[in-house]
Write a protein that binds this ligand. Structure first.
Ligand SMILES: Nc1nc2c(c(=O)[nH]1)N[C@H]1C(S)=C(S)[C@@H](COP(=O)(O)OP(=O)(O)OC[C@H]3O[C@@H](n4cnc5c(=O)[nH]c(N)nc54)[C@H](O)[C@@H]3O)O[C@H]1N2
Ligand SMILES: Nc1nc2c(c(=O)[nH]1)N[C@H]1C(S)=C(S)[C@@H](COP(=O)(O)OP(=O)(O)OC[C@H]3O[C@@H](n4cnc5c(=O)[nH]c(N)nc54)[C@H](O)[C@@H]3O)O[C@H]1N2
Ligand SMILES: [Mo]
Length: 758
């Protein structure tokens, strides 16, 4: 079995050193060299993630109350260094390069130009961006918005904007007249927001750092800690050292979940000793997790029948609904089908089930490997079933813990960025600001792309991110952007979305989080929420990259003030002058979550905003935690068919989403190119291919749309049969827009059927 005794096949690309350690230090040095940060960057990093400093713009993992001397990881440092580059993307650069020319540049090269320095307007007559003033930009955009039907306008947010900015952005949208407020979460953990809400009544995870200190078992499904939330490795290392069982299900053997050297531990660094993280590592087939979880649940029920004392019967009786139907469904599920759908052996699943049956406090971790599937919701519901059977939710040391992506993506949803009006206290907003908020459903990311394609979306305003590059079906969508009446992009660096211009387009440069945000009453702080629902203040101290930059708050307030009719209850100038007034508004809107917000925002470790499910108060339709009988055994639905492969799209250690720092995927032993297709050696041979051969991948979905990516190099890698792996965002044109989680519409980025064409 694929447990600790298994060693990586030495002939295949792999990284045989632990995550962290000297490899981390070297990788950061390479980015420093490339990005040439301004002097003083080490001082800035020293303050990162500590009270009084700025909060990292990389992942959303919790910041401990007692920080390490350096409370940042390789990737957090890369993100800061990348933000604080000395390179500049100036009007002179745009005078030299037309938008059409820039389209041939790679994602890496576009961002490498450096920080945007001036507000820019697209000049269609010359196909160049030209310098403009803030006054012209605000007035020009407002004039367009005033002509448009608000329902045809979209306000997108990538998950970095602070709580204060997000609150005002959502308020602006509603005062203007729409709920079209998708955010990057729609491509990410929307399955969580919708799925956990449905089954346990909470749209976020239930664990706190204390649970990680108390648990005796941690399960990992489809989350790559080493690359995507490396500071979490410290908690895992501590758990592993005290004997907590850690078990991972992932098609890819990810180094961070295998072993780790703490770069902050002089002893570990000098002796290069490491900590083993996962006790068992099972290479499930992509989309095979429902079957894995069914196997574990089935076995737990068998163990209960054999010897009793395994289930938490009191909890099930008092707190849950649907148990009997669920039990019947598990009894009817056959082991042969479970083995087939998961690609794993019954004996291995039984062994993990036995471990789980005796565990007292279990945490279930997951990431994109569960959420980005056609049946992503069923993945989550099955995971919750497993935890509910033994009452592990709402118990100290147990719970369900999605690891969120962007540094404030969870918080944005908390303060009203949502296209789902029922998740927002609209009556409260109506009363506070004396207006009638729109009550109709807004558009999700998938529906925005459909609207761009069919012409019903006329304007797209983007508060950060790289929407056009992050979405599925890019080949189809790219040509449609030019038909937009208005495209407004608020950004720090140039990216592909900025090149897909509409009839009128503005590119507005903003401060990064580490930079000082000076307003009428002085330097301002902002705040964000992490994956464990803690809220922190963040203060930037660096000199801004250019004197022409504005903070995101100033841009949102400027646009709103120019667009909307005056309203005595809506005080953009006052709010912009003093962000603590916006925190008061947030507290007034959400009194349970944000009690004494201004007073508590700099508490060490953040303040916890609470979670009813943790207290076993279930805000579901039934008022109970709900068992779900799964309607399918594979998250992929009917796929893959004959001759097809399931494609998973991956992130490397050298990227943050569409920001590509470099071409080294050190932790997987892959260097040099991102246009590669990973397959196991047997599958390469079975398909009549050879290593190093260049192939084209095409979508196996026949809906009349041609989806192809050419010049992909066949690369042997340790993967289960039937699947291939490629990089995000390079492979995004292969993912059909209609291929998304049925409940939440999260795109199925980890389960797209493809064929290989020679
Ligand atoms: N350095 C860095 N940090 C990041 C990001 C980044 O790009 N770079 N992105 C940020 C964002 S926005 C997010 S959402 C998070 C994403 O962080 P993660 O949730 O870790 O997302 P991914 O890296 O896309 O994929 C996670 C894992 O799922 C596995 N997987 C794929 N398919 C399946 C499956 O069917 N079943 C199972 N069990 N596993 C599967 C993959 O092999 C991979 O190890 O990270 C955040 N942090
Ligand atoms: N195939 C595939 N596709 C995926 C995924 C996948 O796993 N596979 N993952 C999905 C996920 S989880 C996510 S979250 C989305 C990510 O989608 P997005 O969040 O839209 O994309 P990012 O790449 O994070 O955005 C990067 C850009 O943000 C801008 N930026 C950076 N910092 C700031 C800031 O402080 N303020 C402002 N205003 N702008 C800033 C910069 O200009 C930079 O170019 O992609 C999704 N797409
Ligand atoms: Mo994400």
């Amino acid at each position: 079995m694929s447990d600790k005794s298994k060693t990586q096949d030495e002939d295949l690309p792999h990284y045989d050193r632990p995550t962290g350690g000297w490899g981390s230090v070297k990788s950061l040095a390479t980015i420093m060299e490339r990005s040439r940060p301004d002097p003083g960057v080490m001082k800035t990093l020293w303050r990162q993630n500590k009270p009084g400093g700025h909060m990292c713009t990389s992942c959303a993992w919790a910041k401990p109350a007692k920080p390490h001397p350096f409370e940042f990881c390789e990737n957090g440092a890369k993100a800061t260094v990348w933000d604080l580059t000395s390179h500049r993307c100036t009007p002179a650069f745009f005078a030299e390069n037309s938008v059409e020319t820039l389209k041939s540049w790679s994602d890496h090269d576009l961002e490498m130009v450096g920080r945007l320095t001036h507000p820019l307007r697209y000049d269609a007559s010359t196909d160049h961006y030209v310098e403009t003033t803030w006054a012209e930009a605000f007035a020009g955009i407002a004039a367009e918005l005033q002509q448009l039907d608000p329902k045809s306008v979209v306000f997108y947010t990538s998950g970095r904007a602070a709580l204060e900015t997000s609150y005002l952005w959502a308020l602006f949208a509603r005062l203007y007249g729409h709920n079209n407020l998708p955010d990057s979460s729609n491509m990410c953990h929307e399955t969580t927001s919708v799925g956990l809400k449905k089954v346990i009544g909470s749209s976020v995870g239930t664990c706190t750092l204390e649970d990680f200190e108390q648990c005796d078992m941690i399960m990992f499904f489809g989350q790559n800690t080493g690359s995507n939330s490396p500071r979490f490795l410290h908690n895992l290392q501590a758990a592993a050292k005290r004997g907590c069982h850690i078990v991972t299900f992932n098609p890819v053997r990810e180094r961070g979940l295998i072993e780790f050297v703490n770069p902050q531990s002089p002893v570990q660094m000098l002796t290069t000793s490491s900590t083993q993280i996962s006790e068992h590592y099972l290479q499930v087939k992509p989309g095979g997790d429902i079957a894995v979880l069914a196997g574990l649940c089935k076995r737990v029920l068998e163990l209960e029948a054999e010897k009793g004392g395994v289930l938490d019967k009191t909890f099930i009786a008092e707190h849950t609904k649907g148990f009997d139907d669920f039990v019947r469904s598990m009894q009817q599920t056959q082991w042969a089908d479970i083995e087939q759908a998961s690609g794993l052996k019954r004996a291995d699943l039984e062994m993990i089930a036995a471990m789980y049956a005796t565990a007292k406090k279990t945490i279930g971790i997951y990431g994109m490997g569960l959420t980005q599937h056609v049946h992503g919701f069923v993945n989550l519901a099955m995971y919750v079933n497993l935890l509910l059977m033994k009452g592990h939710i709402g118990r100290l040391g147990g719970g369900i813990s999605p690891v969120r992506g962007h540094s404030n993506v969870q918080g944005q949803r908390t303060v009203g960025i949502s296209e789902k009006p029922k998740l927002v206290p609209l009556d409260k907003l109506a009363e506070m600001f004396d207006f009638e908020p729109p009550r109709d459903e807004g558009r999700t990311t998938v529906e925005v792309v459909r609207g761009v394609l069919d012409g019903s979306v006329k304007a797209f305003l983007s508060l950060g991110g790289n929407f056009a590059r992050a979405i599925p079906d890019q080949g189809q969508a790219d040509p449609a952007w030019k038909d937009l009446t208005l495209n407004v992009q608020v950004a720090t660096k140039l990216n592909r979305s900025h090149l897909l211009v509409g009839r009128k387009t503005w590119l507005l440069p903003c401060l990064v989080r580490a930079e000082e945000d000076m307003q009428a009453t002085g330097a301002q702080a902002v705040s964000m929420e992490d994956s464990l629902s803690n809220i922190y203040g963040s203060v930037g101290k660096r000199q801004p990259a250019s004197e022409h930059l504005k903070s995101e708050m100033a841009i949102v307030a400027g646009l709103a003030k120019a667009t909307l009719k005056p309203n005595p209850k809506v005080k953009w100038d006052e709010w912009l002058g003093d962000y603590s007034l916006v925190r008061d508004l947030i507290e007034e809107t959400y009194p349970d979550d944000f009690k004494d917000f201004n007073a508590r925002m700099f508490e060490a470790g953040g303040f916890y905003r609470g979670n009813p499910a943790r207290e076993r108060v279930w805000k579901t339709e039934s008022g109970k935690a709900e068992f779900t009988a799964p309607k399918v055994l594979s998250a992929l639905g009917e796929r893959p068919g004959k001759g097809e492969f399931t494609m998973i799209t991956m992130r490397s250690n050298d990227q943050f989403n569409t920001t590509i720092y470099g071409h080294s995927d050190r932790l997987r032993g892959l260097e040099g190119s991102r246009y590669i297709v990973l397959m196991n050696p047997d599958e390469i041979a079975n398909a009549g291919l050879s290593e190093g051969q260049m192939v084209t991948l095409e979508s196996a979905v026949n809906d009349g749309v041609e989806r192809r990516v050419a010049n992909m190099k066949v690369t042997a890698y340790d993967l289960p049969d039937g699947c291939v792996a490629t990089y995000y965002p390079e492979a995004n044109p292969l993912i059909p827009l209609d291929y998304h989680d049925e409940e939440s519409k999260t795109p199925a980025y980890k389960g797209a059927p493809v064929r290989i064409v020679v």
